[in-house]
Write a protein of this length. Sequence first.
Length: 361
Amino acid sequence: MATNKGRTSSFSRNFSAAPTSSIPGLKYGPNGTIFLSSGVPDLDKILGGGFHLGSLVMIMEDTEAPHHMLLLRNFMSQGLVHNQPILYASPSTNPRAFLGTLPTMLVSKDDRSRNTDAEQKDLRIAWQYKKYLGENKPHIEERDGKVEYCNEFDLRKPIEKHLIMGNRVECISLLDCSSLAGFRNSCSKFLSQLPRYDGNITSAGRIAIQSLCAPQCEYFDKEWDMLSFIRSLKSMVRSSNAVAFLTFPASLVSPSVSKRWQHLADTLLSVKAIPDEDKELANLLTGYQDMLGLLSVHKVARFNTQVPVILDATTYSIKLQKRRSLVLECLNQAPVDGSSGSSYGTSGSCSGSSKTGTLDF
């Protein structure tokens, strides 16, 4: 006898309602995954859409240059623009002062002219009152009626004060943590406000941790305690609507512990400074004089799939477009020297030279 029940099996598709697409800062990917923007459009494109919601992102710092701070600032600014709650922790006495260094959104000429025309049309009052009306504008940037998933940021200008004066940013000084137990409780309390319910996401949060194993922290010599904290953080984030962004100087911990940390990361990146006068790299790479450093992608998060992510390249140059916005570009080999008939490398492939290490084009 036929029944009206739908077919059920272990391979049946889940038809539960998906979260609404009107939530700012979220984008839905394949296999039921949800992305949260990194704040760098090029990085979102490289990773296939951004950071997976519920993932742990780790950045290996370079002790020679603070390039990891560029990624951290954009990550936090993107959250403030989308009015997302943020938990920020750093080894400084006054971590809230760091919020004043976050970059503001980069407004294009078209958007600037459109906003100017709108203001001239709508505002018919004295000019000195215009600055007060600007404080009441919504925090979410829209273009053509659609919420921007990822914005570009002007690193030369600080973010608007009204975006950081709210209660959406919680700051913690790692110097006040004699052990990581209290910091773990703070993360747990923050993430408890962002529980994960299938098909009902109302908000997404961000955790930004700067230099977890800084030498000035009291727990610096407790490597296994830090490893246990990262493991707990990953577990808590996985069951919440948040992304944890953690930076650490890998050279300050033992190699075995560093490898364990890297293994726990869902997405693993590293940054490296470029020497000012490296003639070998200058001959090997085009646009060397415009590079700030290199970004390497070691691991990309895989959620709801067993298919590995294959990137076109794993090493990218870090540049500032017009000295304002952060961009990532694939490395390009310098043209062949016509006088010698050969390029810098001994082979004709784009794998680089053994003199300069592993550079992926």
